[in-house]
Write a protein that binds this ligand. Structure first.
Ligand SMILES: Cc1ncc(COP(=O)(O)O)c(C=O)c1O
Length: 390
């Protein structure tokens, strides 16, 4: 039983905000650190509320921390995808995208006037199944959009090889994978563009916010123009664009969090390792698998249940865990191929994605958890698993 072999010892949470003794144990480390509040307050007092020097500093620091040559802030992760897709994908193109991701990765392909071609997820990593993606390449395919899901990087070498063989662009959605690495390099080193979200629940959060990174100076210029009405001088517009700018208030909060981002990530990894040890002792439950050569950042800790090992379905299992004082989340209850919004682009239902939608659930892993809380999560998992065993 996990309770007799504690994998985690009590320690202080590494940043301020919500107290660690909260019940139920929260899924998200909500709340800002005092340094974030001070950084935002300084901007508020300065009167520079729009995109300005803080956004520039956030971009430069983020680019350097993710091994990208260019980074551009924007209003959120959805418009980061839109800004990256617009120069790289043409209307009418086919774009391969996993059925197992958040809606925005695929919906912004549709917003571009292109066709999403859904492929399956890899049953080990939950990221794109590159072999299945390869089977879906046609003469109309122009790009692959792949998500570093839950904080776990895609098999980037395989995706890049597939793209190179077929002359495809690659856009990586790293909304959940700030500061993850692959084969010793930051995620910004790979693909044509990488997009991020700084939504309130993300590992680095500015409330709402986004970023596009690229190593292509022309693409960076296009994204910069699209972000702000194609403006090249005061009220001089070279091209059509949007207002997708991030404010300096948000950027100051993001910049402040970058100071402790490495420590937060380290703590998430330590928490995940402790959870791995606890989950590993429970028959019928499986800890997440990290992609080979990758450094996962555990935005989410997704547990997979063997459905035939238990007498209940995933939703009932989750309800029982919540009754034990552990907040849980389901990412996601449906694959994109079961979403009414995509019905007209769905030709088949990828089986792994369908199975994941019925067998995955997430438990807290964030940096503010104490060792006692992690042990309680392990105890709750073991108790519910015993009670619900088939
Ligand atoms: C994988 C993924 N892509 C894109 C987004 C969209 O980001 P935002 O909510 O900032 O628009 C999210 C947000 O949850 C996400 O998880």
């Amino acid at each position: 039983m996990p309770s007799t072999t504690p994998a985690a010892t009590t320690r202080l949470a590494i940043d301020g905000g919500a107290p660690v003794s909260e019940t139920p144990i929260p899924m998200v480390a909500a709340g800002l650190d005092q340094t974030d509040i001070d950084a935002a307050t300084e901007v508020l007092r300065s009167g520079m509320l729009r995109q300005g020097p803080r956004a520039k500093a956030f971009e430069e620091r983020f680019a350097s921390m993710t091994d990208a040559a260019h980074a551009l802030t924007c209003a959120n992760g959805t418009c980061a995808l839109q800004l990256a897709y617009e120069p790289l994908i043409q209307p009418g193109d086919e774009v391969i995208v996993p059925a197992w991701t958040y809606i925005a990765t695929a919906s912004m392909i549709v917003a571009r006037g292109a066709t999403p071609v859904f492929c399956d997820a890899d049953p080990r990593t939950y990221c794109i199944d590159v072999e299945d993606a390869a089977r879906r390449v046609t003469s109309r395919t122009s790009a692959i959009a792949a998500t570093h899901l839950y904080g776990n990087p895609v098999e980037i070498d395989a995706v890049q090889a597939l793209a190179q063989q077929n002359g495809l662009r690659v856009i990586y959605d790293a909304a959940q994978a700030h500061l993850a690495r692959y084969k010793g390099r930051g995620l910004g080193a790979f693909g044509d563009a990488v997009t991020y979200s700084f939504y309130a629940t993300k590992n680095i959060s500015t409330g709402e916010g986004g970023m596009v990174t690229t190593n292509n100076a022309d693409l960076a210029r296009s994204v910069g123009l699209l972000r702000s009405h194609g403006e090249t001088g005061k009220y001089l517009h070279e091209s059509i664009g949007f207002n997708y700018r991030m404010t300096d208030i948000e950027a100051a909060i993001g910049l402040s969090q970058l100071d402790r981002a490495d420590a937060m990530t380290k703590q998430r990894r330590a928490n995940a390792a402790a959870l791995d040890a606890l989950v590993g002792t429970i028959d019928g439950l499986h800890a997440p698998t990290q992609t080979e050569g990758a450094e996962h950042v555990y935005h989410l800790y997704a547990v997979r249940m063997d459905r035939n090992a238990f007498a209940c379905d995933r939703d009932e299992f989750v309800k029982a865990l919540q009754a034990e004082g552990v907040q849980c989340a389901v990412h996601y209850p449906y694959p994109l191929t079961r979403q009414p919004a995509f019905a007209k682009w769905v030709e088949e239902h990828p089986p792994v994605s369908d199975a994941l939608a019925k067998s995955l659930f997430c438990v807290p892993v964030h940096q503010r958890l104490s060792g006692d809380q992690i042990n309680k999560i392990g105890e709750a998992l073991a108790k519910v698993a015993d009670a619900k065993r088939a």
